[in-house]
Design a protein around this ligand. Structure first.
Ligand SMILES: Cc1cc2nc3c(=O)[nH]c(=O)nc-3n(C[C@H](O)[C@H](O)[C@H](O)COP(=O)(O)O)c2cc1C
Ligand SMILES: CCCCC(=O)C(=O)O
Length: 423
């Protein structure tokens, strides 16, 4: 009885707030801003959770197994200290940077995340517009609920409905994340499509030959609601990879995707991809210095250190802890990006000080999209950018290039003891 009442109440609340969310996505005024309701990105999750179905929240929030790595991502960042320098003129602090020849308003990218329409009717379209309005790259997932073409159209020009909030520049910069499918021809079609449509980089995710064990999804029998579909699989080939049968009986979610992915994928994919497209290629999900070295030797243009938000191999280390040894292995030959639990301006600074060129932010953007649609995401990004700017001023640096290892103190006992063969 009580449970039924609580569920009814939750569903009424969801209905009401989703209405507000839809309004936030299309109107630039009259909606109470995220920035007025929240002080930082860590506060968004609790309220977003109430607006989402338990299935959707579980899918977004969870890590694999007992979620040690998920927790470690946050804790690792907190172990580093920042050492400020004083009496520096910080009247003008510039958070902008250049990555692969592209201008970024700050060293932040939108992490690729599947199924963004689960939390907002405009899903990837709203998220990509928010990135364009913020001058940051948006990385579209292969497993998106909007197609490559739809996202490209959404950012083509700021419209009255979908444009940037006042004062924001419009600078679309789309990247595409590749899950290499068993059907290599389908992957090739996606690569051709994004190249044709002017996407600016390819991100190959290499840490997911199969999906990790997300226990919440099993418990919740998570499946994509029937009104949504994985548009890139659907559009590009009706005959090949079908999204039918995703998790109807029990969850089977992980197993279904594992069946689609090419589990035989090895390093020879990189030269294949390099000749298939002129776009820069980054590998996402690298953690070991050896793998990083090998990737560079094969000609990749960048590396994203990541444990996939603690959703793949549990007990994988936090990416930030692997930065120093990967920096040593790569020796500045390609830019290194990093992700995992980044919610604060000081988190961004720590990663940059340890040798990253930029960071990716994941879940906080989903919470912002849930709470406030496109504008909500723009505001969340601005909260993070402003924190970064303020923390740079307090650190005593005027621009991103000045952030170096001189400003970071590693945890007592130093960095992880990496196996000798890898160093
Ligand atoms: C709901 C969800 C879906 C994701 N989908 C993808 C994906 O399709 N491709 C990918 O490479 N990474 C995916 N990731 C991993 C993110 O890109 C990122 O590595 C991770 O979330 C770490 O960032 P965070 O701690 O800020 O969430 C996903 C993460 C989440 C939470
Ligand atoms: C839905 C396909 C997998 C997306 C993903 O990478 C994740 O859930 O972590």
């Amino acid at each position: 009885m009580l449970l039924a009442a609580a569920a009814a109440c939750r569903s009424a609340l969801r209905g009401r707030l989703l209405h507000t969310t839809a309004a936030a996505a299309t109107s630039s005024s009259g909606v109470e801003g995220l920035q007025r309701r929240y002080s930082n990105l860590d506060q968004l999750e609790a309220d977003a959770k109430h607006l989402l179905t338990p299935q959707a929240y579980g899918y977004y929030a969870s890590g694999s197994d007992d979620q040690w790595t998920l927790r470690e991502n946050k804790e690792a960042l907190q172990r580093y200290r920042l050492l400020p320098r004083m009496l520096v003129d910080v009247s003008n602090v510039d958070t902008s940077t250049t990555l692969l020849g592209q201008h970024l308003a700050s060293p932040i990218l939108f992490a690729p995340m599947a199924q963004q329409r689960l939390c907002h009717p405009e899903g990837e379209l709203a998220m990509a517009r928010a990135a364009a309005a913020s001058g940051l790259p948006y990385i579209l997932s292969t497993m998106a609920t909007s197609s490559i073409q739809e996202v490209s159209d959404a950012v083509a020009a700021p419209s009255a409905a979908g444009g940037a909030a006042e004062g924001l520049a419009w600078d679309p910069n789309l990247w595409f994340q590749i899950y290499v499918l068993k059907r290599r021809d389908v992957t090739e079609m996606m690569v051709n499509e994004v190249t044709r449509l002017g996407y600016k980089a390819l991100v190959v995710t290499v840490d997911a030959p199969r999906l990790g064990n997300r226990e919440a999804d099993e418990r919740n029998r998570y499946s994509l609601p029937p009104h949504l579909s994985l548009k890139n699989l659907e559009l590009i080939t009706k005959a090949a990879a079908t999204t039918e049968g995703v998790a109807t009986d029990g969850s089977k979610f992980g197993r279904h995707f594992s069946d689609l992915f090419d589990q035989q994928l090895t390093w020879d994919f990189i030269p294949w991809l390099k000749q298939a497209s002129p776009l820069p290629v980054l590998l996402k999900g690298i953690l070991s210095p050896d793998d990083a070295r090998r990737a560079v030797e094969l000609g990749v243009d960048g590396i994203i250190l990541s444990n996939h938000g603690g959703r793949q191999l549990n007990f994988a280390p936090a990416a930030v802890d692997m930065l120093p040894s990967v920096v040593a292995a790569v020796g500045g030959r390609v830019p290194l990006l990093v992700d995992g639990a980044i919610t604060r301006g000081t988190d961004v600074i720590k990663c940059l000080a340890l040798g990253a060129s930029a960071v990716l932010v994941g879940r906080p953007l989903l919470w912002a999209l849930t709470l406030g649609g496109q504008r909500g995401v723009e505001e969340a990004v601005e909260m993070l950018r402003y924190e970064l700017e303020l923390s740079m001023a307090l650190l005593g640096v005027q621009n991103v290039e000045q952030i170096s290892s001189d400003f970071v103190i590693p945890p007592r006992g130093g960095h992880l003891d990496i196996p000798t063969a890898q160093r």
